[in-house]
Design a protein around this ligand. Sequence first.
Ligand code: GBH
Length: 461
Amino acid sequence: MTDATPVRFPAGFSWGVATASYQIEGAVEADGRRPSIWDTFSHTPGNVSDGSSGDVACDHYHRYREDVDLIAGLGVGTYRFSLAWPRLQPDGRGPINQAGLDFYLRLLDALQEKGIRPWVTLYHWDLPQTLEDAGGWPARDTAYRFADYAVAVYERLHDRVADWTTLNEPWCSAYLGYGIGQHAPGVRDSRAALHAAHHLLLGHGLAVQGMRAATPDTTNRFGITLNLWPVSAATDTPTDVDAARRVDGISNRAFLDPLLRGSYPDDVLADVAGITDTAHIRPGDTETIGTPIDVLGINYYSPTYVRARESAGPAGSTPWIGCDDVESVPQGFPTTDMGWEIEPDGLHRLLVRLRDDYPPIPLYVTENGMAVADVVDDDGKVHDPERIGYLDGHLRACRQAMDEGVDLRGYFAWTLYDNFEWAFGYSKRFGVVYLDTGTQVRIPKSSAAWYAQVARTGELP
Ligand code: GBH
């Protein structure tokens, strides 16, 4: 599966695995936790393909010690995980719930014992339901609630955690959650989606400002993780080229430009002018969003090739707000069990583009991985050469970008173990460790042994 030439990464390169609270923790009623939008959404029939929820998930809340041992066994120095807002502020406001915080303190202790650095994401999609009932991300107040939550948690944990990510993939929260309703809270409203995107970014900027002000003398680093794609036109006809400009605009530049350049792209604002005016973007907002950050996290899975359709599809036919007259065009690459096309060079192109088009900033690949329909073999093992090939190919793409001058500092495989894959429940397996959902037994797959060797040696075999 793997390319023959050995490839080395620099000594300081960080290796990690990533997870997210709702996908792994379970224990949704423990110690004062209250519902998030994902509890509500997954318990509403029809939303999750296998009818499941995160009620139990990997039961990580109770099995975190065993899980930290698994992480240590992967040889990685860093573990990226998210904090559940509904554990820490069960109603999205007010004092920190100590019992919820204690869980993360126990987890941090266990990681520290194994010498694993925590990389904390404050929000990976589990908005307290109470805040959704008050308007959710389309409401401006949610940005302030998020910043308050971030600062309150930061004050308690800033001496234990150096790396702070505000949001995971605001594109997904906004467009999948409020645009096409594939994710919680299941709203289908393009205007709400655009307002949500702005308020997510505003919440990010307010949170970074608040956290920096809370402890001015810290060396801690602040950042955000975006899901980004290289977007290409399927043909060189002007309409397809323009379709690619629009999809790149609404997916990539609508987030990157305000974060890294302090303003929204004019062409994107013009593209969505028929959906919303800009009254929700108040004076000073883009400066807040553009508050300097220390690192940018990138989640990459698949490239996108698009063409303009003869006629517009039904509203919500694509997750790209305002682009119902655009469709993606499969290129014939092999696909994952999600149906996503595999093209490692897409990651290389994306990284080079970030270097070329934006001010310098240290980059981390905070997620990359592949769903495979893994099975336990007769020998009791799980053999996943496809996943090894995927990780190997994408790491080679990273190394190539670094050779070309991209400031990439680390890589996190998605994910530690099979878990609640959102709208697909437990039907899709992304882990390097296999999860038996019935017994909670964890079985490291062959990719886990491969990745452990890569992380320990810094070299692709
Ligand atoms: C990540 O999202 C999440 O951060 C993580 O929690 C999740 O488990 C992991 O990926 C695997 O899904 O929307 O039809 O155009 C990645 C989300 C994946 C969203 C690719 C857009 C493109 C297909 N992105 N997806 S489509």
